[in-house]
Design a protein around this ligand. Structure first.
Ligand code: GLU
Length: 467
């Protein structure tokens, strides 16, 4: 009888998600395609949400199954139907969503930005000025919720919603003049901005959004949420979360705008002449060609005849002694220079202390390429003295500039150095590298069909199309 009662109650109780995930040995994650969430790089998945989800799957001791879908509607549908355990897609916690979904701890706070194309439109100064413009946002998004709230105050506000599109599609439409305004999260804006030099922020809207993972309330998540809280606490404390944020977001925000524009122009004008050589050397040295391309751009703007007053030369700007050591006979020969530079980079990479892990190891090797292993080691020692982690780039890059200050360099083994330079050097290369990666994402992605949502009354959509 007791067993029967237990069985009956077990039938009516919603299933426990953590039990199911553990039983299947798989965490099923649904996500969206874009530079802030999930994309492919050289045939491997990458992106902020991807890494975060992978860490969580590791933490639970299960495999990760990640699937990108197009649009928020499909994303929420999959959650509802139980086809995914969690959605990891830059989702904002909203009161409306909280009626159907549970959210994990928030990992980032963003602003929602109205964006316009300054080539096609004068800056709309306030919400009233938005009223006659063609606005388009993702359907089912927080942005659509904000617009609905705004309409209470500005009844003439009109907009359309894309059901089967991604943020990157909206940005493309804005670029092509198909719409006047879109709203995106600030992290997305910064990640995409370099590709759209004419985009500007008109204003922000709504209360700042807290981003988190979402789960359907059809299952019980109390235990999964508990694990998730412990996981987030852990990655916040051990610096992993900060490292991921640093890796995927912050550097592009700081990157001077003009510099990215020059880069993108050179990428079209100069890179094609050397891309074949760069790819060849990258294969020889087992590197990502885009990474080698980013380094050589930072070194010489892809100019094989580059010269500096200090005597460094060529595509990879090698000094004479380094060139000799690397067996480079002619520094002005781009193939030799690239090979020399790649070999030097790999050598430094291998010589770094064991505790420095990828991807930070790459940033450290670059810093050493720029300033030498000795000064870099000094900065690691300073980092430790200041209570930071000498194996994390985000900590060591704070200490490197201190090598200019007597108070600090007098305590070091190799003394004074212009330690701010390797920091700029590394951050530039990282940003060029990500531009090359995202450029491919945008270029080779097949855009989804552009379907105007029927979310708005038909008459409204007609009006919009007539605008
Ligand atoms: N954070 C947005 C939302 O939850 C999605 C990201 C975007 O499309 O900008 O609706």
């Amino acid at each position: 009888m007791v067993a029967l009662l237990w069985l009956l109650s077990a039938c009516t109780e919603p299933p426990d998600s953590l039990d199911e995930i553990r039983k299947d040995g798989v965490l099923r994650v649904v996500t969206r395609n874009g530079p802030t969430t999930f994309y492919e790089s050289q045939g491997s998945p990458t992106g902020f949400e991807y890494y975060l989800a992978r860490e969580f799957a590791d933490y639970l001791g299960v495999d990760l199954e990640i699937e990108p879908v197009v649009g928020l509607e499909e994303l929420f549908e999959r959650l509802e139907k139980g086809q995914a355990d969690i959605a990891a897609a830059g989702l904002t916690i909203t009161p409306e969503r909280q009626q159907t979904f549970s959210f994990g701890p928030s990992y980032m706070t963003v602003k929602q930005l109205f964006i316009y194309n300054r080539e096609k439109l004068d800056k709309p100064e306030d919400e009233t000025a938005l009223q006659n413009l063609r606005i388009r946002v993702l359907s089912n998004s927080y942005h659509a919720e904000i617009l609905q709230q705004l309409r209470e105050e500005y009844p003439d506000l009109r907009w359309s919603e894309s059901r089967d599109q991604e943020t990157i599609d909206l940005l493309q439409m804005l670029n092509d003049g198909e719409i006047d305004i879109t709203m995106v999260d600030s992290n997305e804006f910064h990640a995409n901005r370099a590709f759209y030099p004419e985009f500007r922020i008109a204003m922000s809207a709504g209360t700042p959004g807290k981003l988190a993972w979402a789960m359907s309330n059809r299952r019980q998540h109390a235990r999964l949420l508990e694990e998730m809280s412990l996981f987030y606490k852990k990655i916040e404390e051990n610096g992993e979360l900060g490292r991921l944020v640093d890796r995927f977001f912050t550097f592009n925000e700081r990157q001077p705008f003009l510099r990215t524009q020059t880069f993108l122009q050179m990428k079209d004008e100069r890179l094609p002449n050397y891309k074949g050589l760069i790819e060849q050397v990258a294969i020889e040295y087992d590197m990502d060609w885009r990474f080698l391309a980013a380094i050589s751009y930072q070194e010489s703007y892809w100019n094989p005849k580059a010269k500096s007053p200090t005597g460094v030369r060529g595509m990879m700007m090698l000094t004479l002694p380094t060139a000799k050591e690397l067996g480079v006979a002619n520094r002005l020969d781009p193939l030799q220079s690239l090979r020399g530079g790649a070999r030097y980079y790999k050598k430094l990479y291998a010589r770094l202390p064991g505790g420095i892990e990828a991807p930070d190891r790459a940033w450290f090797a670059l810093a050493a390429y720029n300033i030498g292993l000795g000064h870099l080691e000094d900065a690691r020692v300073i980092t430790e003295k200041r209570g930071g982690n000498p194996n994390l780039w985000k900590d060591v890059k704070e200490s490197l500039p201190l090598l200019r200050q007597r108070k600090w360099y007098k305590q070091t083994r190799y003394g004074y150095a212009r330690g701010d330079e390797p920091v700029r050097y590394v951050e530039n290369i990282r940003s060029y590298y990500s531009l090359l990666t995202w450029d491919e994402l945008n270029r080779y992605r097949v855009p989804p069909p552009r379907i105007v949502s029927d979310y708005l009354p038909e008459a409204l959509n007609r009006g919009l199309n007539a605008l």
